[in-house]
Structures are given as structure tokens and as C-alpha cells.
Ligand binder design. Structure first.
Ligand code: DAH
Length: 339
């Protein structure tokens, strides 16, 4: 029996040493130390021994069990450590590796200038309001003194949705919506998209942007309009910019004017950029027509106002020297990255 115990001890140690994973190690533990294990099998034969031999063999058996248990624990600890080391090596992060490069978006040139324009008018005490792009005929035309048979309607190639709804051709309907809701004093600008069924070319797009302006109060005059627009243009193009007013006609203003900025390229001489004119048209404006005030329930005897409309694309093209309006809408990264 002594030999058998020695044998068990030696093979157990040998096998434990050779064993490579925790599960197999557990199986070996059961094989040697378990209730049906080899050591227990030997101990069951203790009865056959003489009374003198029993304690000796018993002690030996305990030593063998202790040795195997110790060996098992040692190997478990060893294997766990190895496993952890392997896991740590696998999960190691190299903090010196270069990071992923994120492309950061940029503001669209139209947005850049639109934001500047908003800033200029906010500085003069204007609110920024918005209106719907799908608009009623009433707001886009009728209330702006363009009745159904008005010839000026033909000049705005309108996308009709139904007989009475359309894609707004101008931001001027926001004037009406604002005057219906607010009492004077009113001082607003309203930027947004407008639509006209123009063919797309270098200077025309079926969708573009306008900024509407409206001021209504007691005693507002044409000189307030001039002063405001001069502040605006100087804020946008610099203190030395020059503007001029030309008489014009709009159904919703009386009197009306078109406002030109002196060509920054030739300073009024006339060049390719301003098509030989020396001036570039940027705005339509005028004193709000009394009929329009009346349509909104404002008494033209008590109040007066001025209004204006700016075409954003033209302003931005001039600002950045862009010669094709299609660039704004094609979203070519090579173009957009330049701003
Ligand atoms: N709505 C005009 C257009 O699209 C621009 C305009 C002119 C707006 C005069 C105004 C204005 O408010 O007073 O051509």
C-alpha cells in the first residue's frame, strides 16, 4: 500500500504539472481526491491492514492528500496568472498610436453670410422671424397688393400646389403674417428659402434665399429706410461701401426703389463683374403701401413703415467672388472646404 500511495502521489504530480487548462485540472483533482477517486479507493482497503500499520499508512495517506491538494492549488494559481497575463497582453491599448482623424463640418457660405446679416440687424434692434415655405396665395400675393389679375404676378414664375397654395416666391408674405400678429412698433427681418420655376443656370436657381425686412411705427420715413440700409451695407461690405437708390416699382411699396452697391472690383468704372454698370443691384425696398397696412388692420393715417428684400445668393457671390450660383447647391466638398 505504501508503494501504491507513492505511485499515486508521483503520477498525480506529474499529470498536474503537465496539465494546461483549468478545466482539465479540476478533472484531475476529482480523479485523485474525489469521493470515487484513487486515493479514496486505497483508503477503503485500510481495513485489511494490521493495527500497527494502520496509523502509519493513514498518516502517509494524509500526507499524499495534502501534497496533491497543495499541488492542485499551486497549479490553479499558476494557470490563472498565466491566463490573466495573456488577457492583459491581448487587451493592451497602445496609447502612442495615432488617433482616428475626424472631418469637421464647416458652415456653408450662405450660412456664414446669413449669420452676419442677422447679427447686423440684431444690433439695430430687429427680431428674426420665419414663415412657411408652402404659402397661401393670399399671403404671397393678394395681401401684398397683387390681386389675381395683377400683371406683376407673371414676373414671378410661381410653383402652384393648388389654386390657392404655392411655394412662396418671396419672403414678403412674412410681412403680412407679422403685421397680423404684432402691433407696431415692428422691427423684423425674415430670412428663408423662396422658389421660382426658373431654369437653372449660372445666375438663376429655382430655389434661392431672401431676407425680408420690415419696420412699422409712427413717423417712419424714407430717410429711416436709407439710414438702415446704409448701416446694413456698410456692416456687410465695409465702411467705405457706397450705395445708390434708383426709383422702381413694387406693388407692395410706394414709393419703391432698387438699391445698388458700388462694384468693389472697379469702384464704379464698369467691369466684367458688374457687367459694365459700375454698380450691382442687391436690394428692393420702399415705403409699405397704405393698402398693405390696411390689409393687416394697421391704420396708415397713424402708422407708416418701410420694407426691403435682399437676395442672399447675389450678396454672397459678390462677397466671395463666386461666379456660378449652382455651386451653392451642388455641395461639392472641394467648393465647401474653401470657406
Ligand atoms: N419681394 C421682392 C422680390 O422678390 C423684394 C422686395 C422688394 C421686398 C421691395 C420688399 C420690398 O419688402 O419692399 O423681388
Amino acid at each position: 500500500m505504501r508503494d501504491a500511495l507513492e505511485q499515486i502521489k508521483n503520477t498525480a504530480i506529474e499529470k498536474l504539472e503537465a496539465c494546461g487548462d483549468l478545466k482539465a485540472l479540476d478533472e484531475l483533482k476529482v480523479k485523485y481526491l474525489g469521493k470515487k477517486g484513487e486515493l479514496t479507493a486505497i483508503l477503503k482497503q485500510m481495513g485489511k491492514l494490521s493495527p500497527e500499520e494502520r496509523p502509519v499508512i493513514g498518516q502517509l495517506a494524509n500526507e499524499v492528500r495534502a501534497k496533491i491538494e497543495e499541488e492542485v492549488s499551486r497549479r490553479i494559481a499558476q494557470l490563472k496568472e498565466k491566463q490573466l497575463a495573456a488577457q492583459l497582453a491581448a487587451e493592451k491599448i497602445d496609447v502612442t498610436m495615432p488617433g482616428k482623424k475626424f472631418d469637421i463640418g464647416k458652415k456653408h457660405p450662405l450660412t456664414i453670410v446669413m449669420d452676419e446679416i442677422k447679427e447686423i440687424f440684431l444690433g439695430m434692434g430687429f427680431d428674426v422671424v420665419s414663415g412657411p415655405e408652402v404659402e397661401l396665395d393670399y399671403y404671397n400675393f393678394e395681401a401684398l397688393n397683387l390681386p389675381k389679375d395683377h400683371p406683376a404676378r407673371d414676373t414671378q414664375d410661381t410653383f402652384y400646389i393648388t389654386e390657392n397654395t404655392l411655394l412662396r416666391t418671396q419672403t414678403s408674405p412674412v410681412q403680412i403674417r407679422t403685421m397680423e400678429k404684432r402691433k407696431p412698433p415692428i422691427r423684423i427681418i425674415s430670412p428663408g428659402r423662396v422658389y421660382r420655376s426658373d431654369a437653372l443656370d449660372a445666375t438663376h436657381s429655382p430655389v434661392f434665399h431672401q431676407i425680408e425686412g420690415l419696420v412699422v411705427d409712427k413717423g417712419v420715413t424714407m430717410s429711416d429706410l436709407k439710414g438702415t440700409l446704409e448701416m446694413f451695407i456698410k456692416g456687410l461690405y465695409g465702411e467705405d461701401s457706397k450705395i445708390r437708390f434708383r426709383p422702381h416699382h413694387f406693388p407692395f411699396t410706394e414709393p419703391s426703389a432698387e438699391i445698388d452697391v458700388m462694384c468693389f472690383n472697379c469702384h464704379g468704372e464698369g467691369c466684367r463683374l458688374c457687367k459694365g454698370e459700375g454698380w450691382i443691384e442687391v436690394l428692393g425696398a420702399g415705403m409699405v403701401h397704405p393698402k398693405v397696412l390696411l390689409n393687416c388692420g394697421i391704420d396708415p393715417e397713424e402708422y407708416s413703415g418701410f420694407a426691403f428684400g435682399v437676395g442672399l445668393e447675389r450678396v454672397v457671390m459678390r462677397r466671395f467672388g463666386i461666379d456660378d450660383i449652382r455651386m451653392f447647391f451642388e455641395n461639392d466638398m472641394r467648393f465647401l472646404e474653401q470657406f
